[in-house]
Design a protein around this ligand. Structure first.
Ligand SMILES: O=C(O)CCC(=O)C(=O)O
Ligand SMILES: [Mn+2]
Length: 356
């Protein structure tokens, strides 16, 4: 056992998690990597994406800059980890924020409030969100597509509702630019963080095909994200995630421990979204958000953070154990052994470490 663990009874990841979560005294943030500052060194390496993989029109359709203008990085020692600093066109983030707050929490999608409220009460969280202290403030998670079961920590064939088309497209373009052709967005977990929320240490391994990347999109307030290794004793690297940033976890990093110990105030970028929205002309998919809707969204993201993670659950031609393979697919991969890491419990409490 490592010396530090003998002393404290805690693994290296947990020590770091507690350090960055600490309020009093606040931690020293000087070691937290800020990719938006664009320094490359021995640890932070630029990643060359294929600008021809996604046409400029396809990128713009989902509100993204041309791929040649994206700035992407990886970290030494984290194979398959890609960090793209805000690839969104000026004015397009408000659309995605509105989807997360107004559209995705609606039925048939599932949210934490459904756990102990009737469907009529959670039917339109948005309509009841004009006043402060509303249901929107109690929203902690939403699931899309194959709905993650927090108790069994599995996805299943019979717990599925259609995955949002526009989010599928956005994910597809990001994955394609990163070299993952044919990415099929099948499940989404959206996390809603208040300024004092955190997300506990975990690995996302419930998906049946780990060769497919996991995508993560952040909006609103910033966060400190910790990325460790395959063991809790591997000391994690801390980095900021700002509004618009996109993370791709693939390869070995796909199964690395990670966590969000702290939400940190955003700088000017969130305030800028208010003016950016007005300049957005709207497009094939990303439409301009109305003034009325933006009042609610803007108030929300001035104090909160939203993160969308998008996952492909099944490999090509794969099916859930005990269900027939999809028609037309001869080969079927064997599902993995079904062991799962500790994740959040089915709860509507804030995303504390204990709930993961
Ligand atoms: O909020 C984040 O940045 C991380 C979310 C996450 O790890 C998850 O939902 O599995
Ligand atoms: Mn995760």
């Amino acid at each position: 056992m490592a010396a530090s663990m003998v002393e404290t009874g805690e693994d290296a990841f947990r020590q770091m998690f507690k350090l960055y979560k600490r309020r009093n005294p606040p931690p020293d943030f000087s070691d937290v990597i800020d990719f938006s500052k664009c320094v490359t060194n021995d640890k932070i390496r630029p990643v060359k994406l294929d600008p021809a993989a996604v046409s400029d029109g396809d990128a713009a359709n989902v509100g993204l800059h041309h791929v040649k203008d994206w700035r992407a990085f990886t970290l030494q020692g984290y194979p398959g980890f890609i960090f793209i600093t805000n690839p969104f066109l000026r004015g397009s983030q408000p659309f995605w924020v509105r989807q997360c707050l107004k559209t995705y929490p609606q039925k048939p999608n599932i949210c934490n409030l459904d756990m102990h409220m009737s469907p009529t009460d959670t039917q339109d969280i948005w309509a009841k969100s004009r006043e402060p202290r509303t249901l929107l403030e109690r929203l902690r998670w939403v699931t899309l597509g194959y709905h993650y079961n927090w108790n069994s920590k599995t996805y299943s064939a019979n717990h599925y509702t259609p995955f949002p088309t526009e989010l599928h497209l956005l994910s597809h373009q990001i994955a394609t630019a990163c070299g993952f052709t044919g990415f099929n967005a099948e499940a989404g977990i959206l996390n809603y963080y208040r300024s004092d929320s955190s997300l506990g240490i975990h690995v996302d391994e419930s998906e049946l095909d780990h060769s497919r990347p996991l995508l993560s999109f952040s909006f609103g307030q910033s966060a400190i994200f910790l990325l460790g290794g395959t063991h809790r004793q591997d000391s994690p690297t801390a980095m900021y995630m700002h509004s618009g940033d996109v993370m791709v976890m693939s390869g070995l990093s796909r199964l690395f421990y990670h966590a969000v110990p702290r939400i940190v105030p955003a700088h000017q970028e969130v305030a800028d979204l208010d003016t950016e929205r007005c300049s957005w002309q709207g497009g094939a998919i990303v439409e301009q958000v109305s003034e009325e809707d933006w009042v609610v969204c803007s108030r929300y993201i001035h104090s909160s953070r939203i993160n969308m993670t998008v996952r492909q659950v099944l490999g090509h031609g794969q099916s859930f154990p005990g269900t027939p393979p999809p028609p037309g697919h001869a080969e079927q991969h064997q599902a993995e052994d079904g062991k799962h890491m500790k994740r959040r419990r089915c709860s509507d409490s804030p995303n504390t470490e204990e709930t993961r």
